[in-house]
Each structure stands twice: as C-alpha cells, then as structure tokens.
Design a protein around this ligand. Structure first.
Ligand code: PLP
Length: 400
C-alpha cells in the first residue's frame, strides 16, 4: 500500500485498529456516549481542553465526544490523513468544505452529485461565492485561465456519476498547486479502499458516508479528511452550523467501517464479473465500468485505483422505454436512488438523479436516456446475473 504514515499496515487492519483510544473500561468498540456535555474536576483541567492543549470531550455539538473521536481516528487512518471530521451527512461535509475554502472561487470539474451541483450553481453564488463549471474532458487551458484569475479551490468527483469517467487527480493537483490552489475530491464512489486521493496529491477528501462507508442503507453521515491545518476551518464551521454527526450514528458508522475492506472486495469482484458477462449481450449497447479494457479511462483507472468499484452503468438497446422496462422487471435490484449498500439497487438517471436536466443537456453530458446505473450489492453474483438476464430476456426475444 502507498500509505506514508502506516507503511506496514493494510487497510483491513486499519479499519479495525485505526481507533487508538479505548474508554476507561477497555471496550474494543467505543460505546455510545450520548451525553451532551462532559464535566471536569477543576478549571485548570477544563482549560486544557477549551484552549486546545488536550483533545478531550466537552460538548457533543462541537464534535468533542469520545464516540466521534473514535470514528474520526479510523476515518483518518483509512485515508492516511492527519485529521478527519464526521458530519451529519455527505452534503454537510461538502457545504462546510465550500464555506471554509471556497471564498475565492470554486472550479468544479466534470460531473458531480446533483445536490453538490445545485449548491454550487444556486446557493453559493447567492452568498457571493463565484463558482465555475468545467465539463467532462475540458481542455486544461480552461482550468489554467480560472486559476490565473484567482480561483483557489478545485473540486471534483472521480469516478463520476453516472458515466463512471475518471479524472486524473495527480495532474489536476499539480496544475492547481502551481497556482497555490487547493484540490478537494469527493471520494464517495471509490472509498479509501479503492482510491486514496491524498496520496495522489489532493488536499482534502470528502465522503458521503451514507453510501459504502456505512454500507447498509441504515445511516446518513459525511466525512472530510486532510491535514490538520486545512481541516481546522471546517471544524469551526461544523461547530457553528451544528452539523457534527450524532454519537449514535458515529457508533453505527464505526461498526460499519470494520467490514469496509471486505465489503469492497466483494463489490469490486461482483461488479467486474457482471460487467464482463454483459459486454456482448445483444440487449446492451454499452457497459461502462472502469475495470473493462473497453472503458475510455481504463489505463488511468489502473494507475489511480486499487479496485474498480461496485458501480456500473448499462446503456440498454431500445432507448428510454426499454431501459425503464428492464428496471421495472429487475427483482433483486431494487428501484431506488442511493448506492453502496449490501443490497443491489438500480436507477435510471433520466428519471431520478438527472431528471431536472433537459434531454438535450443530458445528451450533451453523455447521459443517455437508455442508461441504467447499477449499485452491485453483496448478494451471490450468480443470482444477480440471473436477475439481469431475466430482465433483459424480452428485449432479446423482441429483436429476434
Ligand atoms: N456525493 C455523492 C457522490 C453522492 O452520491 C451523494 C448522495 O447521493 C452525496 C455526495 C451526498 O451525500 P448525502 O446524501 O450523505 O448528503
């Protein structure tokens, strides 16, 4: 592994032993401290914490809570980061990142999650924050001009949703750093098991922990990881926005992280099997999966990622209505937004995540109305393939 702080320790070990602190009773899993405040024997002891000389518990809304600290130690260890903050959702982490580091303008590269897009496009400009959008495959000159004009935060997701294109984190970081700008990466799709943006040159990583990090579709959470210097301003914003994760959710997320490496191995393997099995299916025009030789960014995926992930996108032959019919016929793949859970899910971007865009705008962004995005879960892969084959079968019969 390419971690600098823990060169001899693998991600499965970090997921279990990343939490360094134990409570007074030696509990191997930090219990839920649901108290809102923590008492000190005297003022001198209290001041050690309030003046930042010791990381002690104090007030849960500030995130100064042992259950949150334990989670954050594991999150930081997994990204090989000096610091991690846990948030009440992925959007809480992302909006706090923008408020902390986006005041001098934000350049957003490629496709990003719809909530992030609307924050950048609508709310942040209302606060006077300049935001710029560079489409997938933009020329580096366009970014260069923005950086020259003073933009100081570059933001991206990789792999992107739903086309699963990749952005070269190292190249973007080198370009941004030449101008003194920061690079922040939403690592939700890849997780720290499949990709480590900080090791590739990024400055901050954010996650919707609601997805793979949580992994069971039963919690909403977010995280930001990076150096202490860059994360300190996020801490202040989180404190005053009141968006720290609750101790209950922190405990559930800590439990989930212990199996993250195992779960990701299975997500990766099953998605690869399904992608390969569907490549030559006559009911499918295109399989988009970074682990396939045919994927336009496969070479970059091999350089930048340790695994290719559990998300794959299919373009169904026959267009929009054929794709809707396939989604409706799937039985093991539940028709639901979100991703990264134990159970497999399917969405049709033109009816869910990208429904707000016009058909022309979707086409311009390479998002076909015949696309189905699959979040491949932890079920037996043979059963998932059987389900996909039965859902596609009427299309093949129609074509004969
Ligand atoms: N980032 C990505 C890539 C997402 O897919 C999502 C949600 O779907 C988010 C961020 C927002 O996360 P949350 O729903 O936890 O706020």
């Amino acid at each position: 592994m390419s971690q600098s702080q823990s060169p001899h320790v693998g991600p499965a070990t970090l997921a279990i032993h990343g939490q360094k602190q134990r409570d007074a009773f030696g509990s191997p899993h930090m219990p839920i401290y649901d108290t809102t405040t923590f008492a000190y024997p005297d003022t001198a002891a209290l001041l050690e914490v309030t003046e930042g000389r010791r990381r002690g518990p104090l007030y849960s809304r500030y995130g100064q809570n042992p259950t949150l600290y334990a989670l954050e130690e594991t999150l930081a260890a997994l990204e090989d980061a000096a610091a991690a903050w846990a948030f009440s959702s992925g959007m809480a982490a992302i909006s706090t990142l923008f408020l902390s580091h986006g005041q001098r303008g934000i350049a957003c590269l490629g496709e990003v999650y719809g909530g992030t897009l609307s924050l950048l496009d609508q709310q942040l400009p209302e606060l006077g924050i300049e935001t710029h959008f560079l489409p997938e495959g933009h020329a580096p000159d366009t970014l260069e001009r923005l950086l020259e004009s003073g933009v100081r935060l570059v933001y991206l997701e990789t792999p992107t949703n739903p086309t699963l294109r990749l952005i070269d984190i190292t190249a973007v970081a080198e370009q941004a750093h030449r101008h003194g700008a920061l690079v922040a990466v939403d690592g939700t799709f890849a997780t720290p098991i499949n990709q480590r943006p900080l090791a590739l040159g990024a400055d901050i990583v954010v996650h919707s922990a609601t997805k793979y990090l949580g992994g069971h579709s039963d919690l909403t959470a977010g995280a930001a990881m990076g150096s202490s210097k860059l994360l300190d301003p996020l801490w202040r914003w989180r404190q005053n926005l009141g968006s720290a994760l609750s101790p209950q959710m922190a405990s559930l997320l800590s439990r989930s992280l212990r199996t993250l490496p195992l779960r990701m191995q299975r997500h990766n393997a099953s998605a690869q099997t399904i992608a390969e099995a569907l490549q030559d299916n006559p009911a499918i025009e295109r399989v988009l999966y970074p682990g396939l030789d045919s994927h336009p960014d496969h070479a970059l995926a091999k350089r930048q990622m340790f695994g290719f992930g559990g998300m794959l996108t299919l373009e169904i032959a026959g267009g929009h209505h054929a794709a809707t019919a396939v989604a409706d016929r799937l039985e093991l793949f539940a028709l639901a937004p979100s991703l990264g859970g134990a159970e497999s899910l399917v969405t049709q971007p033109c009816t869910t995540s990208h429904a707000d865009l016009t058909a022309e705008e979707r086409a311009r962004r390479g998002i076909a109305d015949s696309m189905l995005r699959l979040s491949v879960g932890l079920e037996d892969v043979e059963d998932l393939l059987d389900d996909i084959h039965q859902a596609l079968a009427p299309l093949i019969t129609d074509r004969c």
